[in-house]
Structures are given as C-alpha cells and as structure tokens.
Design a protein around this ligand. Structure first.
Ligand code: CUA
Length: 397
C-alpha cells in the first residue's frame, strides 16, 4: 500500500500517520461511547446518571481499543499479504523490550483508572442517604411483594386512633407497625429509597433497568439496594436470576387489556400525589379490613402478599398465570376431587400440603404455605381461612 507523501522525510511521515490514526481511533471511541447508551432505557435515578457516565467512559476506552486492535489487524492483513508466487517465510522477529513495556504499562494505567472510578461510583450509589424510606421486598417464586409500614403518624386523613378496630389498635399498642402489601413499588420523585430484600425460597435478583440498580436476593440473607428516582413514571421491575419455570413471568408486564400486572415501580410526581393515589387508600383498607371473610380473602389475594397471581388464572382479580390450575370455578371442583373431603378441606389441604393429593396427570409445582412465622412461606391461619372463603365464591351456579 502506498501512503501519500506528506514530506520527504520518511520518519516524520510515520509520526504524522500515527498521530492521524490515534486521533481517528479516539474520535471513533468517543462516538461509540456517545451513541451506544441510546439502546438503554433513559436513566431515571440519581444513581443511574453516575452509572451511565461510568459506562460511557468505559465505552470510549473499550471502543478505542477495539478500533486500534482491529485497525492494526486489517492494516497488517492488507499491507503484509502474500504476493502471488511469494512462498517465502516472514522476517524472523524476536523480543522488543520497548514494545512489551509499553503494552504492559498502558493497560495497567487504564485498569487502575477504571478501578478507582468504578469504586467511587459504587461507594456513591451504595452509601446511606438522608431520609431514606425503607421498603421490605420479598421475592417468592414467581412474584415480588412490597411491604409498606403504616405508623400512627400515617393514619389517613380523618382517621383517629380510637376509630381503629381492636386488633389493629393492639398492634399499634405493642409498638408494631401495621403493614400492607402490594405487587407494585410506589414512591415519588426525589425520595431516596432503601430496599431491604429477602427471599422465601430460592435466589432471585431485583432489577429496575431504568434506575440502573440490580441486586441478588439470597436465600437466608438480607440484601439491600438504594436508589433515588428523578423522573415520574412507570418502570418495569424484573427478576434477573433464573429461579424456576415461572422466572420469565417474575416481572412487570402489560396484559392484553393494557393493565399493568406484576412488578412495576411507580414514581409519583410528589409526596402528596403518592399519599392520595396510593398510600391513603391502601392504608384505609389495611386499617379497616372487611368483616366478610370472602371480601377479606379477595383483598389479601389482590394485594399480592402471596405470589399466587404468577401461576393461577382468576379472572375476577385479573390474574392470567400459566403454570398452575385455573381457579375460576374452583369452588365447584373442590368438592368433587377427593371422596369424603369437603370443598373447604380440599382447598385447605391444597395450600398447607399441596403434595397430599395431586390431580392425576399433574406434578406438584405448588409451594407449601406454612402456619408458623418462623417457617418459609408463612401464611397465618386467618389469612388461609379468608382465602378459602373467597375461593369458594369462585363457583358457577
Ligand atoms: Cu425470581 Cu427469576
């Protein structure tokens, strides 16, 4: 290949070409760094901005190295190709200390810079923020549940302490918070969040792509993740650890009628909107649970405190799971399954001891829900009875 002559001095020619190539390579790296992040969802958290800046910086370096290595490769293939009839070997080459020193020291410096920068970002995004709001996240095959504490300070407007039902008052008197669950995580712009996460069964991973946070949820351990949303909106939450047959469904999705189901992060514009749209109505329901057990059971299931929606179909609740039995009309079927067993007892056993009776042709995929708080998949007796009462109403006449 004949390069155009910039000067009559071949040495300054080479230097000029190296400079031109270096500028082109760096410019290419900057272009790669500038445009690749466009494939990601826009960052909607303070942490996301820092993560994206780091990612862009790495792309500039990685992109430049990519262009350098491939540029040299392509140049060598063309420049040093075998000419027709040339059957000779190449020139024998051995050690070049300057070259070896250079290609050791430059990557070392790059890696050191990246280490310090990454460590800085990591400590920034994991450090404690003032006024953090703590939400307990529970992962369970195949759903997330978010638990919200209600304290005496957050009683909805117009509700006084002495209006509360007996058992709720007793909970407050004991110094405990009353809580409610939701399949969705709600907060507002600018509120620093701390997720305290645990799993009831296998490992899961909590991932909100738009917030740029992802953290494993490990069996037997509590893990944490922090983020501060900067944009109001609705963002998908995804399980990022293969956790079984329903792993793909352990996320937020939009069903055919356009409803959000499963795990979503909903960031309200401000705290007042959050209170009005989400917290107050849910707190009201939790503080004054319906007395009719079937209505209470419906409320419990709709809250996603238990991960039933991921597997079962209940049209009344908008569930469209695919791995478990369809529960529409289960009230009719339950009485006919096992001779001598009432519909109530059949449903009771199906939840407490799901392996005791299996409909012929089906395997046991149902988790066992246990009666004691220290057991995994804890479901108190009163929740179970309310759920059964509701399921029994799912019957055709
Ligand atoms: Cu939970 Cu995958």
């Amino acid at each position: 290949m004949n390069l155009p002559n910039f000067s009559s001095n071949p040495r300054s020619n080479t230097i000029l070409w190296i400079v031109v190539a270096a500028v082109a390579i760096l410019a290419g790296g900057v272009l790669i760094g500038a445009f690749t992040p466009a494939v990601l969802p826009p960052a909607a958290s303070a942490e996301g901005q820092q993560v994206d800046d780091l990612f862009r910086f790495m792309l500039v370096i990685g992109g430049s190295i990519f262009l350098l290595v491939n540029g040299v490769l392509v140049y060598s293939i063309v420049r040093y190709r075998a000419r027709p009839g040339d059957r000779s070997d190449g020139v024998p080459l051995s050690g070049n200390s300057t070259l070896e020193f250079t290609w050791t020291i430059i990557p070392t410096i790059i890696v050191l810079i990246l280490t310090v920068y990454s460590w800085q970002v990591y400590t920034n995004i994991t450090s404690v923020n003032p006024n953090e709001r703590v939400i307990e996240v529970v992962g369970q095959r195949f759903a997330f549940a978010f638990n919200y504490d209600i304290t005496l300070n957050d009683l909805p407007d117009g509700v006084t302490q002495d209006q509360l039902p007996e058992n709720i008052r007793a909970t407050f008197d004991a110094g405990d918070a009353v809580r409610f669950s939701s399949a969705q995580l709600h907060t507002w712009v600018g509120q620093p969040m701390l997720m305290q996460m645990r799993t009831e069964d296998v490992n899961h991973a909590f991932w909100i792509p738009a917030m740029r946070v992802k953290q494993d949820m490990l069996a037997g351990r509590q893990t944490e993740v922090r983020f501060t949303p900067t944009e109001a909106g609705v963002y998908r939450i995804v399980c990022a650890e293969l956790c079984g047959s329903g792993h793909g469904a352990m996320a937020g999705e939009v069903n055919v009628s356009g409803d959000l189901i499963g795990a979503w992060l909903i960031v309200h514009q401000d705290e007042a909107t959050y209170q009005r749209e989400f917290f107050a109505p849910n707190a009201q329901q939790a503080l004054f649970p319906p007395e009719d057990p079937a209505l209470l059971g419906r409320q419990i299931l709709a809250s996603n405190r238990y991960p039933c929606a991921a597997c079962h179909v209940v049209t009344d609740l908008g569930w469209n799971g695919v791995t478990g039995p369809n529960l529409n009309n289960v009230g009719n079927r339950a009485a006919t399954r096992v001779a001598g067993q009432s519909a109530h007892d059949y449903l009771y056993e199906s939840i407490r001891l799901p392996g005791a009776y299996l409909v012929p042709g089906y395997g046991n995929l149902m988790p066992q829900f246990n009666p004691e708080p220290d057991q995994p998949n804890y479901m108190p007796e009163e929740d179970l009875e309310a759920i059964i009462a509701y399921l029994l109403t799912l019957a055709e006449n």
